[in-house]
Design a protein around this ligand. Structure first.
Ligand SMILES: C[S@@+](CC[C@H](N)C(=O)[O-])C[C@H]1O[C@@H](n2cnc3c(N)ncnc32)[C@H](O)[C@@H]1O
Length: 216
């Protein structure tokens, strides 16, 4: 029987394996299926904003955002080895704060203008607590942008399993509304990736994720 790992154990192992470090362009394009232009449009202009990324991983998205500009970017992640990798990849940015934390335990009242997260919330079991913390950490009028992928209950990595806790976009919207946020129309993320030799994934042309955006 395959062992079951926590998200922290899984991403610590991936970081140890060098995953997310100096990824080639084709892999970065593959990963951008879960953000890409619709996500970046939803994020908008961050140049004068204090931004929080939940589940920063090795800094794939944060690196792009820091190049575009922001007042500050705080990146939190439950995996210490991913945070170490992000630190080594993004060490040129003096406005970056990195911390090892579980989003369900993180709260900085009214400290951020934008909170975003990609490919992370399927790992978070207590989503109500996490969303409460994030909305509380936003300034009035601040925005939360979540890329929610279509996940199953279990991720089979080959040698081990990682349990997941999927919610539908509607569940996020309902919870954010109950926390007093105004929720925008959902933005679909369609898989239109094709590799260097024209190869396509089996989800090509399908919606693989949804951007949920809300304003406090
Ligand atoms: C698939 S990676 C995505 C990384 C990055 N957002 C990206 O898209 O490249 C998911 C990340 O979420 C982090 N994570 C999972 N559960 C978390 C939690 N409860 N609190 C904070 N980070 C968490 C993992 O350690 C991992 O680095």
């Amino acid at each position: 029987m395959k062992p079951t790992l926590t998200a922290r154990e899984h991403y610590d192992r991936l970081a140890e394996m060098g995953n997310g470090l100096n990824d080639p362009p084709a892999l970065l394009e593959f990963m951008a299926r879960w953000d890409g232009p619709p996500f970046w449009n939803a994020l908008g202009d961050t140049t004068k904003k204090d931004v929080l990324e939940v589940g920063i991983g090795c800094g794939r998205i944060a690196g792009q955002l820091l190049k575009l500009g922001c007042s500050s970017l705080t990146g939190l992640d439950i995996s210490p080895k991913s945070i170490a990798a992000a630190r080594s990849q993004l060490n040129e940015f003096s406005n970056l704060n990195l911390l090892v934390a579980d989003v369900t335990e993180f709260n900085r009242p009214a400290s951020f203008d934008v909170v975003y997260s990609v490919l992370t919330f399927m790992h978070v079991q207590d989503k109500r607590k996490a969303l409460w913390n994030l909305v509380d950490s936003l300034r009035q009028g601040g925005q939360i942008i979540l890329s929610i992928d279509k996940a199953s209950d279990m991720f089979d990595f080959g040698d081990w399993l990682v349990p997941l806790h999927p919610w539908t976009p509607e569940q996020y919207a309902e919870e954010l509304s109950s926390l007093g946020c105004k929720v925008n129309e959902f933005i679909p993320l369609i898989d239109n990736w094709s590799g260097p030799t024209g190869q396509k994934t089996e989800t090509y042309g399908e919606q693989i994720a949804t951007v949920v955006k809300a304003t406090r």
